[in-house]
Structures are given as C-alpha cells and as structure tokens.
Write a protein that binds this ligand. Structure first.
Ligand code: SF4
Length: 100
C-alpha cells in the first residue's frame, strides 16, 4: 500500500486496513489484481457504474477466494469477488434460506 492510503490498493487495501486478515488470507491477497488498478473503482459512488471493477475481478486469479472471504466476513461495501454489496447480500440470504 502506498502512503496515500488504502484506496490505492483496491478492495484488498481496505481489507488489509480493516480486518487484520489471517496469514492464509494474506497469501491470496498478494495476488489480488485490484491492487494494481485505481482503487476507487471498487467503491463507486451511489449511482456510478461498477462495471469496470467487475471486469477486472473476472480476470483476477483469486476471485473465488476473495468472494468467499467477503461472504464469510459479511463485508457490506464495495466490489469483492466480482459481486456488488447487493449481490453478495442476496447470496448470503439465499444461503441462509437453503440452510434453514
Ligand atoms: S476478485 Fe476483484 S476485489 Fe477480489 S482480489 Fe480480485 S480484483 Fe480484487
């Protein structure tokens, strides 16, 4: 991460700052494609497009790990694993309904 802040390292920069991720998580985070792109794309303002961030996520070698991490930790903001916060919430709800 640069001295300018976590947003310079994409969604993963925020995780590293807020969540003190485990060593296992850190290993896949080192391969995060978003760390190489403008981090603001992963936290679009309301009404802004998230298409560009999602397109990068679809090319990311750790997309599955990232999505699972976001779901497991109920991360409610930003694009993670190629899904918006709303899409991840829908998955969590669907998973809880399936388990019930
Ligand atoms: S899937 Fe997207 S948010 Fe997750 S590490 Fe890759 S580029 Fe970053």
């Amino acid at each position: 991460m640069t001295a300018a802040g976590w947003a310079d390292d994409g969604a993963i920069g925020l995780l590293r700052v807020l969540m003190s991720p485990s060593a296992e998580a850190v290993s896949w985070m080192d391969l995060a494609l978003c760390a190489e792109v403008d981090g603001d794309l992963w936290f679009p303002l309301k009404g802004s497009s998230n298409r560009e961030a999602k397109a990068v996520c679809m090319q990311c070698p750790v997309r599955a790990q990232c999505l699972q991490y976001a779901l497991d930790n109920e991360i409610v903001h930003g694009i993670f694993g190629g899904l918006s916060d709303r899409q991840r919430r829908a998955r969590r709800v669907a998973g809880k309904e399936k388990a019930a």
